[in-house]
Design a protein around this ligand. Sequence first.
Ligand SMILES: Cc1cc2nc3c(=O)[nH]c(=O)nc-3n(C[C@H](O)[C@H](O)[C@H](O)COP(=O)(O)O)c2cc1C
Length: 404
Amino acid sequence: MSSTEATQASIKKGWDLYKSIGSPKFIVAPMVNQSELPFRSLSRKYGAELCFTPMFHAKMFSLDTKYREKIFETTPQDRPLFVQFCANDPQTLLTSAKAVADRCDAVDINLGCPQGIAKRGHYGAYLLEETKLLADMVSLLHAELDVPVTCKIRVLPTEKATLDLCLMLQNSGCSILTVHGRTRDMIKQKIGPCDFDIIRKIKETLDIPVVANGGIETLADVKRVLEITGCDGVMVSEGILGNPAIFSGLDPEHAPTPIQMAREYLELVKEVNTHGSKVAARPHLFKILFKELTVLTSVRDFLGQCLDFETICTVPDVIEAEIKKMGEEKYQEIYDKTPTWYMRFQAKKKQKEEEEAKALLENPVPVVEQVEEPEGLCGLFGGECEPEASEYETESDAEEEKTA
Ligand SMILES: Cc1cc2nc3c(=O)[nH]c(=O)nc-3n(C[C@H](O)[C@H](O)[C@H](O)COP(=O)(O)O)c2cc1C
């Protein structure tokens, strides 16, 4: 087979896969400790059309049967499902991928993790420049695995480097490509906006299905991103953690309240009843009930200190009792002014700026020198700040670590 024929065959494989799973547009991102089985079930109930598992470590998965059994929980109803691995060795990746191939629709390679742990472990976004290694991993899975291989990347600093990378992945046998429109350096304070323009160019350049990821809070954002990028699907992470019904299109009157949603989620955890799903419960409640817990700080502290799942399950009742104590009207007044989980960092930043401006008004300091803002800086956030979502690790997770 010539290389063009091979590429055509792998493009067909990509579209066959995409169509065989119902041409999903609404996709739940891989999220360490957060896209686990009960949360996937909840997301599916409210409109998610494809879910990814959290990232699993291919080497540990291939060597340690206990890790494998503990970390990969699924059921026959949990489909369509892509299992994600981080890896830096083709053979190890293949061994792990073969161990899950009968319970998923595709195996995804994480090429987007920007964290220090990925740098030290030599995986995720730190492999993006290692063209030969990536080609070897993708082509081996493409040739040897019973299900297709897909990739999730971050973009590179230049358009050319990004498009070359994407073409290389497609030509190596990647069936579906997910693109997070930020570079590896865009994390924490340096997060900045998601580049949907480059995602659109990738979609125009490639022939396989492309999924857009990054910076999506609402269903209106989902629709906007599908339109401006022309992508085949949209993957959501932080947005769905705060609102598991994001894809449902339910108006607030008909959508479950966060307290009802938390109860529903906890019931799903009880059904699965595994250690892994219970461990994920506390960080999920911090996000689903973010506004409630921001108003009722004593319940937030209580959840932070909950050591066992049974106590965690009492949190919705405790919230309702505390609302009664505070008085519904007063509670609602504060609640309405509280930012959502997704907008938490932006709101904090705005509050800090307002406090600084107020302090300056009350205590003006003499202006010594007028410094001009460098050109381009004003438009840094395109007029609209993105939330500072720290990938793989969130404020409530850090909070939990403090209290654990
Ligand atoms: C709690 C959390 C865990 C994450 N874990 C993973 C992961 O396991 N694999 C991965 O490729 N990306 C992971 N990500 C990144 C997301 O998949 C996504 O690319 C990123 O958050 C940008 O999308 P968003 O703006 O919708 O949040 C994680 C993000 C969060 C918030």
